[in-house]
Design a protein around this ligand. Structure first.
Ligand code: HEM
Length: 511
């Protein structure tokens, strides 16, 4: 006897699964298109111009960061679309320096975005990566004394010790047949070794080796590149670096990374011998002192995170600024000659010590103008710094922005504003600092950020550059090997530059 099977109709869920299986190639693009259109048109930001791709997805900014030229992309965007450009469904880039001051001003409620949370270490954020404003304020308060100019001046001799080593290296190159010097690389090694001395009382050894030891600098650049890209889509970090499986891929493990290894060794040493037994002060010992004063508010983990983070935040940035300075000055003979003249005159009249001192260099107006102009035209941070509009929304320059909107600021864009910096903002011209309203221009310089997130390493970076650059230009003659070529660079978070190669020779003491 035949068994009759009752026909049970498929449920709606089964229908859906079958449809997905059979028509996924149509359904997925259609869903993505709908999502794109929803983001494009449902947002109150739909009235702002910008790249088409950016209006409905974050793909445009991921692509721009991946390509390594966020800064030039944004300059072009603003030239094309004006002062407010939509660069993602919920994100606007602003080109007005006045607006930037408002956004960065302390106490206005614009918090850092999730972009920063991607930068390591997630388990114990440092001052740069901490996005909880209240927690950030506490950490910064305890770390500010170790970074103060007074503390930095006490450590100036370690900078001089590293200067001596750099000069020894350059002296050898001057004696070589072709006088070849990769000035860009050596400034990079120098900036790292200075930070090693300042943070841990030890050079990392880049200068001595004369190459990128254990590819540590390259690794940092690659890591920052990852942070920059994934920072645009922060939730994706959970699929990659925050994925628990990540640590089982040996090639991706950073625990044996040169900089981290040294930081851990120094940390252990200090814990064993105690801070008071140490022969000299450094950033780590000063941060330990802050921890001892307030062990609950500034924990041991914070000491490590802040000292370790300093290397990441402070080396590429300072190196990049010194490279921009050298390249900009050396490619213009008139500027180069004028700068040497000022330095030589100060030297001849005994106003510049063997290792130039901060106060002496403040009295070199042309040098100061050259440095400011380098930081204006090629600020070391190439990606946008981003802030969230407070929940209640805000009004800036007469424009209302809804709460939760991400506002993006890029130093390369802001520093090309003609109303502040004059009609030729794309030209490297130190003279502008004597012609225009220099005080006003300074108010609108963002190379160190601003407000409550102003760069904590600004004093160290300025001290280092003010001591080192005049020394180099006093004692050595540099000739660019390819003066007609632009310096190659790409932005990870910082602007990583390549190709600053020169012929070097020793200058006579009389100039
Ligand atoms: C010429 C060199 C430098 C430049 C151009 C520079 C630039 C900047 C900028 C633009 C910011 C703000 C980022 C933002 O708001 O998103 C920043 C923050 C920071 N920088 Fe620097 N920096 C330099 C050197 C240093 C050094 C030497 C250190 C440490 C030794 C350092 C440590 C930091 C830290 C910890 C922050 C986070 C501050 C906060 O959020 O409160 N930087 N820097």
């Amino acid at each position: 006897m035949a068994i009759l099977k009752a026909e049970v109709p498929d449920s709606a869920v089964v229908h859906l699964i079958k449809a997905l299986r059979n028509y996924w190639f149509l359904i997925i693009p259609a869903a993505l298109l709908l999502r794109f259109l929803y983001y494009k048109y449902s947002s109150p930001l739909r009235k702002y111009p910008g790249p088409f791709l950016a209006s409905g997805s974050r793909a445009w900014k991921v692509w721009s960061t991946y390509n390594g030229h966020t800064e030039t992309d944004h300059i072009l965007l603003h030239e094309l679309h004006g002062p407010i450009v939509r660069i993602a469904p919920n994100e606007l880039s602003l080109s007005s320096p006045h607006a930037a001051r408002e956004v960065l001003a302390a106490g206005k409620g614009f918090h850092k975005t999730a972009f920063y949370g991607v930068f390591p270490p997630p388990e114990n954020p440092d001052i740069f990566t901490e996005t909880r404003e209240a927690v950030h304020a506490v950490k910064k308060r305890y770390a500010s004394n170790p970074y103060s100019m007074a503390t930095m001046h006490q450590m100036a001799s370690y900078i001089e010790d590293t200067e001596r080593m750099l000069a020894d290296k350059f002296d050898v190159m001057c004696e070589s047949r072709d006088g070849y010097c990769n000035l860009g690389n050596y400034l990079h090694y120098y900036a790292f070794d200075v930070l090693g001395e300042i943070a841990f009382s030890r050079k990392f050894g880049f200068l001595e080796a004369g190459y990128d030891l254990e590819k540590a600098i390259k690794t940092i650049d690659d890591m920052q590149w990852y942070d920059g890209i994934i920072g645009q889509i922060p939730e994706w970090d959970f699929a990659f670096r925050r994925n628990p499986l990540w640590k089982y891929v040996p090639a991706l493990s950073t625990s044996n990374f040169l900089i981290t290894r040294m930081a851990v060794e120094e940390m252990e040493k200090r814990k064993k011998v105690g801070r008071k037994e140490l022969e000299r002060k450094d950033l780590l010992s000063e941060l330990f002192a802050a921890h001892e004063k307030a062990p609950e508010q500034f924990r041991e983990g914070d000491v490590f995170a802040v000292a370790h983070g300093a290397i990441f935040a402070g080396s590429d940035s300072t190196a990049s600024t010194m490279q921009s300075f050298c390249w900009s000055v050396l490619r213009d003979q008139a500027i180069y000659t004028k700068l040497k003249q000022e330095i030589d005159e100060a030297s001849a009249s005994g106003k510049l010590s063997e290792y130039p001192q901060w106060s002496e260099v403040q009295a070199l107006p042309y040098f100061q103008a050259c440095l400011k102009e380098a930081m204006r035209l090629r600020p070391a941070v190439g990606l946008n710094i981003t802030r969230l509009v407070p929940a209640e929304g805000t009004e800036i320059d007469g424009v209302r922005f809804p709460g939760g909107t991400v506002l993006a600021l890029n130093g390369w864009v802001l520093h090309r504003d003609t109303s502040i910096f004059g009609n030729d903002p794309k030209v490297y011209r130190p003279e502008r600092w004597f012609e225009g309203d220099a005080k006003n221009m300074e108010r609108f310089m963002f190379q160190f950020g601003g407000g409550s997130h102003l760069c904590i390493g600004k004093n160290l970076a300025l001290l280092e550059m003010n001591k080192t650059l005049p020394l180099l230009f006093r004692d050595y003659e540099f000739e660019l090997l390819r003066p007609e070529e632009d310096l190659k660079y790409h932005s990870t978070f910082f602007v990583v530059q390549e190709g600053l190669e020169v012929r070097i020779s020793k200058r006579s003491k009389s100039g």
